[in-house]
Design a protein around this ligand. Structure first.
Ligand SMILES: [Cu+2]
Length: 380
């Protein structure tokens, strides 16, 4: 009893501290797309209907308990025997209610919302491909030839509680997705490894990114701003570390941004012909390793025994260069080691291989150039 008292007073005392209420919100986030408006509307309407039913049934029950109590000499009725018309009615009525509410016969809102959600193909202004990876998102504007990765930008120090947490802790990325305001965007989503799920609450959309499948959704954002979300399908160790950030801007600002992304593609081609020194390649490779490989293989290169192999002293990272490059390019089928040929540029693959061959105890002295990676890619 004493323990219970302490627990309860402890809970009440803690409510007095602001941090308990830090992320407290009564309602949905402010909706900014037609789908988000619609889902909020459906939610509110159904809430009213459900509460009305709830209080109606509760009142009926309380009335029955009170009015038919034993002390008044009431005798319980037996409901066995042939089905009566009343029994049929009380069975079918809730069934019809559900049919109307959930399956949208007679044009009820839930049906409109679902129909709206599925209407991805008609008159989209722009197509964005979203690919899930362990553990970051990759965005592509196929028609415009723009493709980039979007990775967690929260410093490790904050995650490890060494420095205080920032305002957008675990909800910030290096390259946010930028979209024009008021345009219908058709999203196509898939994954390179396991199932992820792309979710931005304010857009009212959440769609699983499934390897080997293309799935669709759309959004037309009516207010400029920065919107944040997260991967919402448990996808492994760093599932909580692959946020979504979308900057919605004017069409003009969007075009400027898109143009600024284009030279990157051209720059990748130029980088294939560049020859780097060991120092340059190592420095570039360390960055790639930290952002893309470290989550599994660890900063120490020791991996995690039983799950992720060490690269420090590994036969691949100290053996023939071609095999090492091919391992990174093609991955290993049916393991967490995916083919990075799809997500990293030739220059980044060359650099990270160089880094792995010259980091920790590995001292091969090899420098891999982007041209070599391009050559191996072509030979496949
Ligand atoms: Cu994920």
């Amino acid at each position: 009893m004493q323990g219970m008292k302490k627990l309860v007073s402890g809970i009440f005392a803690s409510l007095g501290f602001g941090s308990v209420w830090a992320a407290y919100n009564w309602n949905f986030p402010q909706p900014v797309t037609p789908i988000a408006h619609e889902t909020l509307h459906v939610h509110n309407l159904f809430m009213v209907i459900a509460l009305t039913l709830f209080f109606g049934v509760l009142a009926l029950m309380l009335y029955s308990f009170w009015n038919h109590r034993k002390s008044r000499g009431q005798v319980a009725a037996g409901f066995t025997g042939p089905k009566t018309r009343k029994q049929w009615m009380f069975t079918l009525l809730p069934f019809v209610c559900l049919l109307i509410l959930d399956y949208g016969v007679f044009g009820i809102p839930a049906y409109h919302a679902v129909k709206m959600y599925e209407n991805t193909k008609v008159d989209a202004d722009l197509v964005v491909k979203v690919t899930g990876n362990q553990w970051f998102w990759q965005y592509e504007f196929p028609a415009q030839g723009v493709k980039f990765s979007s990775k967690l930008a929260t410093p490790r120090d904050q995650i490890l509680n060494i420095s205080p947490k920032g305002e957008n802790y675990l909800l910030e990325v290096d390259n946010p997705l930028v979209l024009p305001v008021g345009k219908k965007i058709r999203f196509i989503t898939t994954s390179n490894d396991v199932i992820h799920s792309w979710w931005v609450p304010a857009f009212g959309v959440k769609r699983d990114a499934v390897p080997g499948f293309l799935r669709e959704f759309w959004a037309k954002v009516d207010t400029e701003g920065t919107y944040r979300g997260q991967c919402s399908e448990l996808c492994g160790k760093e599932h909580g570390f692959m946020p979504v950030v979308v900057n919605v801007v004017s069409e003009q600002a969007f075009n400027t941004w898109l143009d600024s992304k284009k030279p990157q593609a051209a720059g990748d081609a130029a980088a294939d012909n560049k020859v780097l020194t060991l120092e340059e390649a190592r420095a570039q490779g360390e960055k790639v390793f930290t952002s893309t490989c470290m989550a599994c293989h660890q900063a120490t290169g020791k991996g995690i025994p039983g799950s992720f192999p060490p690269l420090d002293g590994s036969k691949v990272a100290t053996g023939p260069v071609d095999v090492h490059i091919q391992t990174v390019l093609n991955g290993r089928p049916n393991t967490a080691m995916v083919a990075f040929g799809k997500t990293l540029s030739n220059s980044d693959i060359a650099a990270v291989v160089t880094y792995e061959r010259n980091a920790w105890g590995n001292k091969t002295g090899d420098v891999v150039q982007a041209a070599k990676v391009a050559e191996l890619k072509k030979a496949q």
